[in-house]
Design a protein around this ligand. Structure first.
Ligand SMILES: [Zn+2]
Length: 378
C-alpha cells in the first residue's frame, strides 16, 4: 500500500503494514470451529487490518513468554501485551475456523502450536496484580487453559459499530498523506472530552501537523459511558471547537484491557501502525480503580531506549481552568493555589448532568454537556 505520499509518515511497527484479510477457504465447513470472546474478536479485527503489525496472528509461545517477561517479541521488537487465543483443548486439525459468539465464521487460523500458560503470572506481570476484582484479571482468570498460536486469515470482519468512523491503518495513513501531514499525534480516549482533554490535544496539535482523535469503541466495562454517547460528544466538540482540516476522528476497534502502563505502550504501538508519530499519554492511561500510580503509564516508556518505539509519547499533567491565569493550565504552567482552579470530581459532574444542569463552561463545553444530559435522561 505504501505509495510515495505515505512514505513521509512514520513506518509501521516492524517496518511493514500487515494485511491478514483473505478469501473464505472452500474447506471452511469441514473445519473444527473455535468460538471467540468479544475481546478476541476485537483482536482478530486488529490483526486483519494491520493495527497489530508485525503480528500476523495469535501469539505463539516464544513471543508470549518474552512479551510477558520482557515486553518484547521473539524478534526483540518492543511489544507490551499478549495477543492470545485461549482454547479448552488442542484442535485436531492443522487449521481451525474462528467464529464469533453468534456462530458466524470470521477467519481461519493455521494452528502452529498449542501451549499452557500460567494465568497468575500473566496477571502479575501484565496487570501488576492478581486481584480478581480487576476487570482485565477477572477475564484472564476465567479463560480456557491453553493458548493456540498461529497466523490468521480473516474473510469476514465484524460490522463496525460506527461505519463512518471505521478507518483501517492503511486508510488513516492515506488520509494523513492526502492532507500533507507528516507528524501526527494520536489521542486515545474512552471518556467524553471535557476542557482538560481539549486543552492537551490542542497543546499537542500546536507542535505537529495533525491530530487523530481515536476513541476506543470496543468492549469496555459496563459502567464506562456508552460508545455512542461518547462519539456524539466528539462530533459536537470537533464541529464547534476544532479546525476540520487539522483533525481526523476515527474509531479504534480495540477492547479495553485495563492494563494501565503496559496498555499505554500497546496503545502507542497500535497508533504508530495507524500512522501517528506522536501519542498523548495522560495521567492514569488505561487504568482502572487504584491499581496503578498516577504517572506509571508515563514512566513505563523509560523502560525502552529513547526513540526505540519510534512513536514519541507526549506526557501531560491533569489540566484545569485557572481563574487567576484566566486560561486552561496544568501544575506545570500555573503557580496558583487550588482555590483558583475550576475543579469538579467525576461524581460531581455526573450529579450535575443527571439533574440536567450544565457544568461550568470552564469545565465542559455546553454542546458536549447537552449530549451527556440527554444521554443521562434517556
Ligand atoms: Zn493559575
Amino acid at each position: 500500500m505504501t505509495g510515495l505520499a505515505t512514505d513521509r509518515l512514520i513506518k509501521p511497527h516492524g517496518g511493514d503494514l500487515v494485511d491478514r484479510r483473505g478469501e473464505r477457504p472452500p474447506s471452511l465447513d469441514s473445519l473444527e470451529c473455535v468460538t471467540l470472546t468479544a475481546r478476541e474478536v476485537s483482536d482478530l479485527d486488529l490483526l486483519a487490518c494491520g493495527a497489530l503489525s508485525p503480528l500476523q496472528g495469535f501469539m505463539g509461545q516464544v513471543d508470549y513468554e518474552r512479551v510477558v517477561e520482557e515486553m518484547r517479541l521473539g524478534s526483540d521488537l518492543p511489544w507490551a501485551l499478549p495477543v492470545c487465543l485461549a482454547v479448552e483443548r488442542a484442535p485436531s486439525g492443522d487449521e481451525v475456523a474462528l467464529a464469533d459468539e453468534r456462530g458466524r465464521r470470521l477467519a481461519v487460523l493455521e494452528v502452529q502450536e498449542v501451549y499452557e500458560y500460567d494465568r497468575a503470572r500473566e496477571a502479575e506481570r501484565c496487570f501488576g496484580t492478581t486481584d480478581d476484582e480487576h476487570p482485565g484479571v477477572a477475564r484472564l482468570l476465567a479463560q480456557a487453559d491453553h493458548y493456540v498460536g498461529g497466523k490468521v486469515t480473516v474473510f469476514e470482519r465484524p460490522e463496525p459499530e460506527f461505519p463512518e468512523l471505521a478507518k483501517d491503518p492503511a486508510e488513516t495513513r492515506r488520509t494523513f498523506a492526502e492532507r500533507g501531514w507528516r507528524r501526527v499525534v494520536g489521542f486515545q480516549t474512552r471518556n467524553p472530552i471535557h476542557r482538560a482533554h481539549e486543552y492537551l490535544t490542542k497543546g499537542a496539535l500546536e507542535t505537529v501537523d495533525g491530530l487523530l482523535i481515536h476513541p476506543l469503541v470496543g468492549e469496555t466495562k459496563s459502567d464506562d459511558v456508552p460508545a455512542e454517547t461518547r462519539v456524539e460528544c466528539y462530533r459536537v466538540l470537533l464541529e464547534h471547537y476544532y479546525p476540520a482540516d487539522r483533525v481526523v476522528l476515527s474509531a479504534f476497534p480495540a477492547a479495553m484491557r485495563y492494563a494501565g502502563p503496559r496498555e499505554a505502550i500497546w496503545h502507542a504501538i497500535c497508533r504508530k501502525n495507524y500512522g501517528c508519530s506522536h501519542f498523548i499519554v495522560g495521567r492514569d492511561h488505561a487504568g482502572v480503580g487504584s491499581y496503578y500510580g498516577t504517572y506509571d503509564a508515563q514512566l513505563i516508556f523509560d523502560e525502552f531506549e529513547p526513540h526505540e518505539l519510534e512513536i514519541e509519547p507526549m506526557f501531560f499533567e491533569h489540566a484545569f481552568f485557572c481563574r487567576r491565569c484566566g486560561q486552561m493550565a496544568t501544575p506545570k504552567t500555573c503557580p496558583h493555589e487550588a482555590e483558583a482552579h475550576v475543579f469538579l470530581s467525576g461524581t460531581k459532574v455526573r450529579e450535575l448532568l443527571a439533574e440536567g444542569q450544565l457544568p461550568p463552561e470552564e469545565f465542559s463545553r455546553p454542546e458536549v454537556a447537552e449530549v451527556l444530559i440527554a444521554a443521562y435522561r434517556a
